[in-house]
Design a protein around this ligand. Structure first.
Ligand SMILES: Cc1cc2nc3c(=O)[nH]c(=O)nc-3n(C[C@H](O)[C@H](O)[C@H](O)COP(=O)(O)OP(=O)(O)OC[C@H]3O[C@@H](n4cnc5c(N)ncnc54)[C@H](O)[C@@H]3O)c2cc1C
Ligand code: SF4
Length: 478
């Protein structure tokens, strides 16, 4: 049993939240090093002392995968960091990743009782601390696998949904092979989220762990083109397929001038920077659009837009501006990213909507015509909707415009498997409890079912799929 916290409740509640050490904004806005440096052991112990061990912990209720946070924090308090990491891994297969990228303020920390009057326990920072402790001290205990069942599962897509399903299925004794369209494994974790938020080495280590557990990986395979789901099942004899292909097709604004040179999707911009190593500015000739000494705008208010604008700043943009049609209160980006972006000198143009891009005679972008907006009634998303203010048009000088207004499903797999039911927007229809699709033996989860969501929800879907696939393979009816 972890050591019990004997400090009186009122004294625990007086302790201030331990801040996360960060790289200096002036330094970090010129490099791709990780911004958050992680807690030292003494700081983690101090932070764990703040937890008042609630009888009904709101933190657990608000964690999408029900991590036993109270027990994890108690184990940190008692100094048994490895036991804390093991407890965390019971419900969360990728804690070093979620500790860095989860929107904790809307999840576990949002439910922490201490947040009602002050600052919640820094659950995300503690999660990252124990996962890093386990990782960097080389004491990651790999679970053992059940005896081989003789069944095999194909997983399509190596994002958090695919990886967490792979980790569970291999332990259940099934053969698991992950097919990935790109040349690197990890999905958005490697091609979307930049190095300064989530170092690639951490994702690579998780993938290597899965490899050591016996998961097979095959990159550069576009399922639906190189091979179809039917071929995987009929010719390659997979007993089940889990489709976890994400929602990586970028959306555009649909305004005049979007075809001009210098207008890009955030998805393409980030993929090029992340996968073509433009973030290693010292060693690689930047193989992306030159942002140096240019005026860059990024349109959107989510994590993708925030990552793109902070990346453009690091690539040397003269001005890096986020243009968003609502106000900061409606922005879906994580609060920490907004804070970091402001510190790094990103300009925020809220309540602004580009209505046309303008270019020179050679087809290069020179400016964006924008409208000022005001907030009207709440829309279907529950957020107040932006309404254009008549006569408020103005011009912004722009050399590079990056569109980060969301993504949608790539219809490739679905079009090669007509018996796979999809929604009108091309997402795969899957039972929320079992992840079963309309096609026998085929399961689906993550962003390809829900639309763009979060890493932890994709992981949760992967784990649910693994349990459901196991049930099907070990005798369950379809
Ligand atoms: C820039 C960016 C920043 C984000 N920041 C955060 C954050 O801070 N916190 C957070 O919680 N969430 C964040 N998200 C959202 C989160 O990353 C996603 O919700 C999550 O990655 C979805 O996981 P997934 O496994 O469903 O799909 P993905 O991560 O998209 O992985 C799908 C994989 O499938 C592959 N694939 C697609 N089609 C095929 C095919 N036909 N054949 C083979 N392989 C295929 C893709 O190449 C990809 O590798 C962010 C998203 C983006 C784009
Ligand atoms: S809600 Fe906050 S204080 Fe209560 S158990 Fe969870 S982390 Fe501790």
């Amino acid at each position: 049993m972890p050591e019990t916290n004997t400090l009186p409740l009122k004294d625990r509640m007086k302790i201030a939240r331990t801040p996360m050490p960060e790289l200096d904004p002036e330094v970090r806005s010129h490099n791709f090093e990780e911004v958050n440096r992680g807690l030292e052991a003494a700081a983690a112990l101090q932070e764990a002392t703040r937890c008042i061990a609630c009888a009904k912990p709101g933190c657990i209720v608000d964690c999408p995968v029900g991590v036993k946070i109270k027990e994890v924090v108690a184990l940190v308090y008692s100094g048994d960091f490895l036991a804390a990491a093991a407890k965390l891994r019971e419900d969360n297969a990728l804690p070093a990743i979620t500790g860095r990228v989860c929107p904790q303020e809307n999840q576990c920390e949002g439910g922490c009782v201490l947040g009602r009057k002050g600052a919640p326990v820094a659950i995300g920072n503690l999660e990252r601390f124990v996962a890093d402790y386990e990782r960097t001290t080389g004491q990651l205990g790999l679970p053992s696998n059940a005896p081989p069942t003789g069944k095999s599962v194909a997983i399509v897509g190596s994002g958090p949904a695919g990886l967490s399903a792979a980790g569970d299925l291999i332990q259940m004794g099934h053969r698991v092979r992950v097919f990935e369209a790109l040349h690197e494994l990890g999905g958005v974790l490697v091609y979307g989220i930049p190095e300064f938020r989530l170092p690639k080495a951490i994702v690579k280590q998780e993938v290597d762990n899965l490899r050591r557990m016996g998961v097979e990986f095959e990159t550069n395979v576009v399922v639906g083109k190189s091979v179809t789901i039917d071929e995987l099942m009929r010719d390659e004899h997979y007993d089940a397929v889990f489709v976890a292909t994400g929602a990586g097709l970028p959306r555009f604004l649909g305004i005049p001038g979007e075809h001009l040179n210098g207008v890009y999707s955030a998805n393409e911009f980030l993929t090029r920077v992340n996968l073509m190593r433009a973030y290693q500015v010292a060693d690689y000739d930047e193989p992306v659009y030159d942002c140096r000494d240019r005026d860059v705008i990024v349109v959107g208010g989510g994590n993708t837009a925030m990552d793109a604008v902070r990346t453009s700043r690091r690539l040397g943009a003269r001005s890096a501006t986020l243009v968003y049609r609502r106000s900061q209160a409606e922005m879906p980006a994580r609060a920490e990213e907004v804070k970091h972006a402001r510190e790094e000198g990103i300009e925020f143009r809220m309540l602004t909507d580009p209505i046309a891009f303008l270019g020179d005679e050679k087809g290069w972008l020179t400016g964006a015509r924008c409208m000022k907006m005001q907030l009207g009634e709440a829309d279907a998303s529950g957020r107040r909707s932006p309404v254009a203010i008549k006569g408020s048009e103005f011009m912004l000088p722009v050399n590079v415009a990056i569109i980060g207004v969301g993504t949608t499903a790539n219809p490739l797999i679905q079009s090669s498997a007509p018996d796979l039911a999809t929604t009108p927007r091309n997402y795969i229809v899957a039972d929320p409890k079992t992840t079963r699709t309309s096609k026998r033996g085929v399961f689906a989860g993550g962003d390809i079912v829900t639309g763009g969501a979060t890493v932890i929800l994709a992981m949760g879907a992967g784990r649910k799929a693994a349990a459901s696939i196991d049930e099907y393979l070990t005798g369950g009816e379809w």
